[in-house]
Design a protein around this ligand. Structure first.
Ligand SMILES: [Zn+2]
Ligand SMILES: [Zn+2]
Ligand SMILES: [Zn+2]
Ligand SMILES: [Zn+2]
Ligand SMILES: [Zn+2]
Ligand SMILES: [Zn+2]
Length: 177
């Protein structure tokens, strides 16, 4: 009776011993997840893998355009020949409205003025700096108001190294034989 118990105990112990012996025969092999590198490349969370970020243009504060200083944004350049009036003194009667005989000047109809030749009577010209638009496109963002900047987290790669979770960055995993 006693010997039977002892035998069972012995069998049990030896099984335990064999088991632990099996568990101890550990080999390591390259981690398949990271191919032994210890890290995996993952999409950069800062730029969603684009490699760049779209930010407000600092040059124009996001407006995309600057007001033209030449024309104060009006797009018009006052005609210096007529001071913006569109008229000049009639060249035939010198602005008097009358000819040397005292009659009404036929050239200006007695008004003493004629349409300004330089601005076609408009009183202004299109601002040559902004082509009449009154604004200038921001050279940094081409009028878009936003610019792309390289993502500093991934240095423009769009991907960042992440420690491999499967091998804790070791690059090797244990296999039981
Ligand atoms: Zn790994
Ligand atoms: Zn005249
Ligand atoms: Zn003019
Ligand atoms: Zn202008
Ligand atoms: Zn800009
Ligand atoms: Zn990035």
């Amino acid at each position: 009776m006693i010997s039977k118990i002892a035998l069972t105990l012995f069998m049990g112990l030896s099984m335990l011993f064999l088991c632990s012996c099996k568990n101890n025969s550990v080999l390591s092999k390259d981690c398949e997840t990271c191919e032994g590198e210890g890290y995996v490349m993952e999409t950069c969370p800062d730029c969603d893998g684009n490699g760049y970020l779209v930010v407000t243009c600092r040059n124009c504060d996001g407006d995309g355009y600057f007001r033209c200083n030449w024309c104060s944004g009006t797009g018009r350049d006052e005609c210096s020949s007529c001071d913006g009036t569109g008229y000049r003194a009639c060249s035939r009667c010198n602005g008097s409205g009358r000819n040397y005989e005292g009659y009404s000047c036929y050239s200006c109809g007695g008004t003493g003025r004629e349409s300004c030749f330089f601005c076609s009577g408009r009183g202004y010209d299109e601002c040559s700096n902004c082509s009449g638009s009154g604004r200038l496109e921001c050279g940094d963002c081409d009028g878009y108001g936003k610019v792309k900047v390289e993502c500093s987290k991934c240095e423009g790669e769009g991907k960042v190294k992440q420690t491999c979770e499967d091998c804790d960055g070791e690059g090797k995993v244990s296999v039981f034989k």
